[in-house]
Design a protein around this ligand. Structure first.
Ligand code: UDX
Length: 474
């Protein structure tokens, strides 16, 4: 793989490191590289936090001036536990700055990290317009050697496409290298995940991957594994990982629905499966279907990539479809529970796609609200962080302001997100507040016995009580 003989390669790395790390003749040379991160979202901000906390000079840039103004006024545009604390010291010390001046920060940086969104487009492919816009800026900014490190989840071949696009725009191919460095952090635990990654994947040529690896040296020293590979392999590792995790969730959700029919308990099924070391228990927790900014769009995008390469994406397509079917099955269950929605109030507890985030993208709550409103139900909702985001989509829902207010007079409570504060709910108080005591617990966080003692008709996710007359299944 290495195109350079060992000795000259090492020499090259030393020379390049020197160029990269000491290219500031007009000011005191920083000990660490100057990094420009493009994008101040769920990936860009934690990345900025960890890289600046390692002593690097980091400028985080975004074209959205309101976002930058908000951050510079001391308010983060997203809710992510521990993020504010992580950013505090680097901001105070001046190592971490936020700006809309994309070009000048790109010009000053030796490493440019791309962390812009790649949402799903109408045909299922990843929408790469934000990446293309960054390429336009890069073409103006590259006048000295830079490493372009792509962290955004991008289809296989995108890194090569960015390289070719820059060359086509007249940039000398020796003035830059492209590195693929996918991000694996989860929302809600982004800081912990960034500080303790299971692995660091770096794709690209030896001179650039060596430098990017050195950025992560503090994590590698602490024991994080790393893999140096090609651009294409690195890009695919991200999609393959997300598709595998989505497969596990889809699998256990299908098992949960089967458990409901046969009187089995999916939590015990998952525990029993997980005792097999080859299987393990991770990502086998049933719920209202996977949501968020990654699994739905990345499974779709992977299927699209495979279709383009004329490979039947039977499994990958099935994962996406099964997730949609799972969400529909839950809506049908709500329908069955309520019957006629006229004058009925349904209270949704949780709007975010998972706990500890304000992100509502592809959350089951969106499907639920759309369905309930279409059936003329009164919908109330409470979420510790997600209400502002959901209000922009569905202003007609009554939001909180407290959990108690949201459940008052409800004919059905649906628990959508596994927030800690829902796990410790006072079920007796909940029962008193309801008009009709029905509880659909899509995260299995309320104890069935307690709910039933308080008069609730309780329905969990794949945890129905064992039927005494369960039939033998052949
Ligand atoms: C995911 C990947 O985990 C992460 O590596 C990648 O960088 C981005 O995509 P994220 O979407 O933030 O992270 O959250 P995750 O914890 O993976 O949950 C995704 C969805 O799956 C959520 O809707 C969650 O509720 C659901 N889920 C997860 C389950 O239903 N069951 C599980 O066992 C795990």
């Amino acid at each position: 793989m290495c195109r350079f003989p060992q000795v000259s390669y090492m020499l090259l790395c030393t020379l390049l490191s020197t160029t990269v790390f000491n290219s500031y003749s007009d000011e005191q040379a920083p000990e660490k590289p100057r990094v420009c991160i493009v994008g101040t979202g769920y990936v860009g901000l934690p990345t900025a936090g960890i890289l600046s906390s390692f002593g690097n000079h980091v400028a985080c840039v975004d074209v959205l001036s309101e976002k930058i103004a908000q951050i510079n006024n001391g308010r983060l545009p997203i809710f992510e536990p521990g993020l504010e604390q992580l950013l505090q010291e680097p901001i105070k010390s001046g190592r971490l700055t936020f700006s809309t001046d994309v070009l000048s920060h790109m010009q000053r940086a030796s490493i440019i990290v791309i962390a812009v969104g790649t949402p799903m487009s109408k045909n299922g492919a990843a929408d790469l317009r934000a990446i293309d816009a960054v390429v336009e800026d890069l073409a103006k900014a590259i006048t000295s050697y830079k490493i372009i490190c792509i962290k955004s989840t991008v289809p296989v071949g995108t890194c090569a496409h960015v390289r070719d696009a820059l060359i086509a725009k007249g940039i000398n191919k020796d003035l830059f290298d492209i590195v693929s460095n996918p991000e694996f952090l989860r929302e809600g635990t982004a800081v912990q995940d960034s500080l303790n990654p299971d692995r660091i994947i770096i794709g690209g040529n030896p001179r650039a991957t060596t430098i990017i690896k050195s950025l992560y040296q503090p994590l590698i020293d602490k024991g994080s594994a790393y893999l140096i590979t090609s651009l294409e392999t690195s890009e695919l590792i991200k999609y393959a990982s997300n598709a595998m995790l989505a497969t596990r969730i889809t699998f256990i959700n299908e098992m949960a629905r089967l458990c409901d029919k046969v009187g089995a308990n999916v939590l015990d099924v998952a525990a029993g499966m997980g005792m097999d070391k080859r299987i393990g228990t991770a990502f086998l927790v049933p719920g209202p279907g996977f949501g968020g900014s990654c699994f739905p769009k990345d499974t779709k995008a992977l299927a699209y990539i495979m279709k383009n390469k004329k490979i039947g994406a039977t499994l990958i397509n099935a994962i996406y479809r099964s997730n949609v079917a799972h969400k529909k099955a839950i809506l049908k269950q709500i329908d069955k529970l309520i019957g006629d929605f006229t004058d009925k109030k349904v209270a949704l507890l949780g709007l975010a796609f998972k706990a500890n985030t304000d992100d509502i993208r592809d959350s089951f709550a969106i499907d639920a609200i759309a369905y309930l409103l279409a059936h003329n139900a009164h919908v109330s909702a409470y979420d510790p962080q997600g209400m502002d985001n959901m209000r922009t989509l569905f202003p007609q829902v009554s939001y909180g302001p407290t959990l108690e207010a949201a459940v008052q007079g409800a004919d059905l409570i649906v628990i959508i997100t596994e927030w800690n504060e829902f796990k410790t709910l006072n079920v007796a108080n909940l029962a008193q507040a309801c008009r009709t005591k029905r509880l659909l617990d899509l995260r299995n966080i309320i104890d069935r016995a307690t709910a039933e003692q308080n008069g609730f008709t309780y329905i969990g996710m794949g945890v129905c009580p064992v039927k005494k007359s369960a039939k033998m299944i052949h």
